[in-house]
Design a binder for this molecule. Structure first.
Ligand SMILES: Nc1ncnc2c1ncn2[C@@H]1O[C@H](COP(=O)(O)OP(=O)(O)OP(=O)(O)O)[C@@H](O)[C@H]1O
Length: 482
């Protein structure tokens, strides 16, 4: 075993978040780590990466105990961690980023040629031909930036690579590319620790899976020996049947929001009606204009052409006053005040618009399954998935007439997802008009009453409820005419 962790315990501010946790990973193994939001997955990985010191327990690499008091110690021992938010400088080139802080020097000068050659070789080994060592990082897609992070890890001779929800920000077709990358890492004998809430990936990629629950180890199992239902039961402690709540046939009521010929620099010719009681799904590849559509409806990047009822908002303030809400995909940048408490965040919108609504914050937080349910806690200390739940709760306190969800369950665990789906369906039943943008096709197909598919800033077509995932993909990719 290249890595052994045993008896790991960790507390923050007197609250125990890990106790007695251990796992073992072999060279060339892909080892998934799963569990509900707040189960302690990231904390365990940060201990491995030298970000946190454990209070108790042992980490062994190649049979020798190690103690990392700084991320650089872990890096030197061959551990690399790739976070969801990359640590890259957008204005610099790929090779410069790969060697940042460790630039090779020749005759007193940074040896650019050496950096570029080494980077090019690693890109080639990974089969990456879509960009080169000199390209600026800001010109790269998220998937390409992820490759840069992996190249950086390999250039540091990492033998253990931790990937924290690597597909959360990827488009569907990019996930395939990541699969290929992970296979290449495995072939090189690298141990990959893979955190994900997408069980399909766990079964597609991992040899073994370790399940954490409430900071303790539930089990480690071979993925070939366990079913998806069993894994869910181990994670959430109960069966999850009827994952998607039933649709209400004929539930759509009056038009709550209408757009005719909507356009701006990105969007063009948008015609759309959103009715009370329905959940309208929005599909599309990355860059197709899905998020821009949400922002235009919400007045953040307004339409400059076309008509919109009840009004065409020129600003977010106008949109909110008109009863339009947006649950954003980028929760850190747009959604939350990180240094404020969960409760204050949940009340952020309702206070600013002074609309009444559902005041019972505690009940709401329970409904979205915030873990642990502590409204006083500062949001920055919550796990990623729990932060997303606070963003949801924030809008539910206001109960707007129209609510746009942009990737509502990104980073959210399976149990909480089911709860959020129930909530969304409940809100629709109460007459809210809901639009849901999602890259997760099962969710889109399972939840939407109908689906519009975006392509190149336009609506490429519409599909009735329950289409096949393939039909959505084909329309998004432009393989069938609308
Ligand atoms: N720096 C910190 N200070 C205080 N509490 C923290 C800190 N970091 C994490 N926690 C708490 O530790 C617990 C475990 O969090 P962690 O991020 O490890 O969960 P996770 O399993 O990765 O969840 P997710 O699936 O949502 O990413 C959570 O209750 C979280 O609030």
């Amino acid at each position: 075993m290249i890595l052994k962790m045993r008896g790991i315990a960790k507390s923050f501010l007197g609250v125990r978040v890990l106790s007695g946790v251990g796992l073992e990973v072999a060279a060339g193994e892909v080892h998934a780590v799963v569990g509900e939001n707040g189960a302690g997955k990231s904390t365990l990985m940060k201990i491995l990466a030298g970000v946190h010191l454990p209070d108790e327990g042992v980490v062994e690499i190649d049979g020798s105990p190690v103690s990392f008091s700084h991320p650089l110690d872990a890096q030197r021992a061959g551990v690399a961690i790739i976070y969801q938010e990359f640590n890259l400088l957008p204005e610099r080139g790929v090779a410069e980023n790969v060697f940042l802080g460790r630039e090779p020097v020749r005759r007193g000068l940074v040896d650019r040629a050496a950096m570029e050659t080494a980077t090019a070789r690693l890109l080639e080994q990974l089969g990456e031909t879509s960009f080169g060592p000199r390209d600026l990082v800001r010109h790269l897609s998220i998937a390409q930036q992820q490759v840069v992070e992996i190249v950086k890890a390999l250039s540091q001779n990492a033998r253990i690579i931790v990937m924290d929800e690597p597909t959360a920000a990827l488009a569907d077709h990019e996930v395939e590319l990541l699969y290929r990358l992970v296979s290449r890492l495995r072939e090189r004998g690298i141990a990959v620790l893979y955190i994900s809430h997408r069980l399909r990936e766990v079964f597609d990629l991992a040899d073994r899976v370790t399940v954490l629950k409430d900071g303790t180890l539930v089990t480690t199992a071979e993925t070939a020996q366990i079913t998806s239902d069993e894994l869910v039961r181990l994670m959430v402690g109960r069966d999850l049947r009827a994952y998607f709540p039933p649709r209400e046939a004929g539930a759509a009521g009056e038009v709550r929001l209408g757009v005719r010929g909507g356009g701006n620099t990105v969007l063009d010719g948008i015609d759309l009606d959103l009715r009370a009681g329905e959940i309208l799904g929005v599909a599309g590849l990355q860059g197709s204009g899905r998020t821009e559509l949400a922002k235009a409806l919400f007045g953040a990047e307004p339409f400059t052409r076309g008509e919109m009822t009840p009004l065409r908002p020129a600003s977010v303030r106008q949109a909110v006053a008109a009863g339009i809400g947006l649950v954003t995909e980028d929760r850190k940048a747009e959604g939350l005040a990180l240094r404020q408490s969960v409760r204050d965040n949940a009340l952020l919108v309702s206070r600013s618009v002074r609309r009444g609504g559902r005041g019972d914050v505690r009940a709401l937080l329970e409904a979205v399954r915030l873990q642990p349910p502590r409204p006083e806690q500062e949001v920055r200390y919550l796990s990623g998935g729990n932060q997303q739940k606070v963003v949801l709760a924030k809008w539910m306190t206001v109960a707007p007439e129209v609510l746009v969800f942009d990737e509502p369950t990104r980073g959210v665990d399976v149990g909480a997802k089911a709860a959020i789906y129930d909530l969304m369906r409940g809100l629709a039943k109460d007459g809210m008009a809901i639009m849901m943008i999602s890259s997760e096709l099962p969710e889109l197909v399972g939840m939407s009453d109908r689906i519009v598919v975006m392509r190149d800033g336009r609506i490429a077509g519409e599909l009735p409820s329950g289409p096949s995932e393939e039909a959505v993909m084909r329309l998004a990719a432009g393989e069938v005419s609308p």
